[in-house]
Design a protein around this ligand. Structure first.
Ligand SMILES: Cc1cc2nc3c(=O)[nH]c(=O)nc-3n(C[C@H](O)[C@H](O)[C@H](O)COP(=O)(O)OP(=O)(O)OC[C@H]3O[C@@H](n4cnc5c(N)ncnc54)[C@H](O)[C@@H]3O)c2cc1C
Length: 493
């Protein structure tokens, strides 16, 4: 990788004058930056937020607005669900793993109710109603949804409860979340410097003390008396970084605001920061979950490989890692018709046939592949069972002619994208790996010690995750650990 603008740190001795000085300097105004700013001000700090764009928002504002929360939130209770922090922790460790960050997941689960309250106190709206079937984002304004907690094997690992808290919106809720957090930031003393791109960290005796940034054609130097917090998002838009760390993601569609260039991560690496889980990703596989769950997903030789009622991102991870996204959704006419028009996101079958023999021929699968798989599926589905993958009996029904197949690699785009989405290659992805941080947002160095003065949160860090991903954990860990970074940076350690 050869960045056009040098990224190595600058020694403070080279800075003759600082244009701006503050206690806590936050780079990036998405959900993590906003949360960091709010709690840093609350902790008594002067705060400046730097944002490269002309306004805050980032990927957070484009997101679905699902926040993963639980442990018995008022929304869960109002919808009639008991939940505990222990169950939430067990689920997350299983679903985000193997190797999810145990300390972060534990703390996040235990403090989840309080974090829900913090969001509500900052005017983030959630509606106490349940959306009860698999989808990416409900077409209604329902505030609670399952994220596969009631699917195998998770239903045997932890007591199931729906924990997808969706910010109230009639479409994607991220804009509502960011409007509320930005309004809250506006009410504080925090200053927001837009059109300002952080380029390099400033270091003094091993401590990060500021940032050199560009504001249009001007180079500006910022001094941070207590700490710098990096909340610049992930690196899915940086092809070189993907090739280096997560080559499976190269060439896929990117789920971001277009600015996940990873510069914040590399800026910190340049002062000795360690990274973690750099191959991790959300794999937003290009299929309609409601179609998949009513039918099945198979690989190029017609074999199922997962129960179709898990969170679809986990289907995406399995489909990418095991089958390079060469996968098909197989369903019948009834299954297709059962999915309401507004949940189909424009997806139509690519192959339709009266018999499975014709369908497998059309797709180019070995003779008998689908006949065997669907035959076995139907045999057990008639008894409400799925001994192969344990899909819930709620979704089991023998599939009947006419049959259809959807080629996942042809892509799809949610209506929110207009014509802008492609789902290129079968999935839209974003990175979940990044800077290795403590639960207080301290960025760790290669010896495992905190780099003085340097903090990070959001998708610039590796957060809760390892290889798995559940929707809501990015807005969730970004705001939760962003707040903690704001407090820790304010302590000036
Ligand atoms: C369509 C879509 C749907 C999604 N749905 C969900 C969902 O429902 N739930 C969920 O949890 N996650 C969802 N995600 C993922 C989630 O939105 C992101 O992972 C999360 O918002 C990242 O937050 P952040 O604060 O770390 O980064 P961002 O929100 O991306 O903010 C980073 C900010 O930093 C700025 N920046 C970057 N570099 C610099 C620099 N050098 N100097 C100054 N500023 C800089 C950027 O311009 C940006 O504004 C979705 C993402 C997309 C794109």
């Amino acid at each position: 990788m050869s960045p056009r603008v040098p990224i190595t740190p600058i020694d403070a001795a080279e800075i003759t004058t600082y244009d701006h000085e503050t206690d806590v300097l936050i780079i990036g105004y998405g959900c993590a930056g906003a949360a960091s700013a709010l709690d840093a001000v609350e902790a008594g700090s002067d705060v400046i937020l730097l944002e490269r764009q002309s306004g805050g928002g980032g990927s957070s504002a484009l997101s679905g607005g699902e926040v993963y929360l639980g442990g018995g939130t008022p929304i869960q209770e109002a919808c009639g669900f008991d939940d505990t922090a222990e169950a939430m922790e067990k689920f997350l460790l299983a679903a985000l793993g193997p190797g999810a960050d145990e300390e972060k997941v534990g703390l996040y689960s235990r403090d989840s109710r309080a974090h829900y309250q913090w969001l509500v106190d900052h005017d983030v709206p959630f509606k106490p109603s349940l959306w009860d079937s698999p989808t990416w984002v409900p077409p209604t304004d329902d505030g609670l949804m399952w994220m596969g907690e009631n699917s195998y094997p998770f239903n045997e690992i932890a007591e199931p409860a729906p924990r997808g808290h969706r910010v109230t919106s009639d479409g994607f809720g991220g804009k509502v979340l960011m409007a509320a957090l930005s309004e809250a930031v506006d009410k504080t003393s925090a200053a927001v410097h837009t059109d300002t791109t952080a380029l390099r960290l400033i270091v003094e005796d091993g401590r990060v003390v500021g940032v050199v940034a560009r504001h249009f054609n001007d180079t500006v130097a910022y001094r941070a008396r207590r700490g710098v917090i990096i909340t610049t998002g992930g690196f899915a838009d940086n092809k070189d970084m993907l090739a280096q760390h997560a080559p499976r993601l190269v060439g896929l569609g990117v789920n971001s605001d277009g600015g996940d260039d990873g510069r914040g991560i590399v800026m910190a690496q340049a002062v000795g920061a360690a990274v973690k889980n750099m191959a991790g990703a959300q794999v937003g596989i290009s299929l309609v979950p409601g179609m998949m769950v009513r039918g099945m997903i198979v690989d190029s030789v017609g074999q199922r490989f997962i129960n179709e009622d898990v969170y679809p991102g986990l289907v995406g991870v399995a489909a990418l890692n095991k089958h390079n996204l060469k996968v098909w959704v197989i369903l019948d006419e009834q299954a297709y018709e059962e999915v309401p028009e507004d949940e189909r996101w424009g997806v139509q079958p690519h192959f339709v046939a009266e018999t499975l023999a014709e369908l497998e021929l059309e797709i180019g699968m070995p003779e008998g592949a689908l006949q065997t798989t669907v035959g076995e599926y139907n045999r057990f589905a008639a008894e409400g069972q799925d001994p192969y993958f344990h899909k819930s009996s709620r979704w089991l029904r023998p599939l009947q002619s006419p049959f259809a197949a959807i080629d996942v690699r042809r892509g799809m785009a949610p209506p929110e994208y207009g014509d802008g989405g492609t789902g290129g290659g079968g999935a839209e992805v974003f990175s979940t790996g990044g800077l290795w941080t403590t639960v207080d947002g301290h960025v760790l160095d290669l010896d495992g010690g905190p780099i003085p003065g340097l903090f990070a949160a959001g998708r610039a860090t590796s957060g809760l995750h390892s290889q798995g991903y559940i929707s809501g954990t990015s807005l969730g860990d970004g705001t939760f650990f962003g707040r903690r970074a704001g407090v820790a940076a304010s302590a000036g350690q």
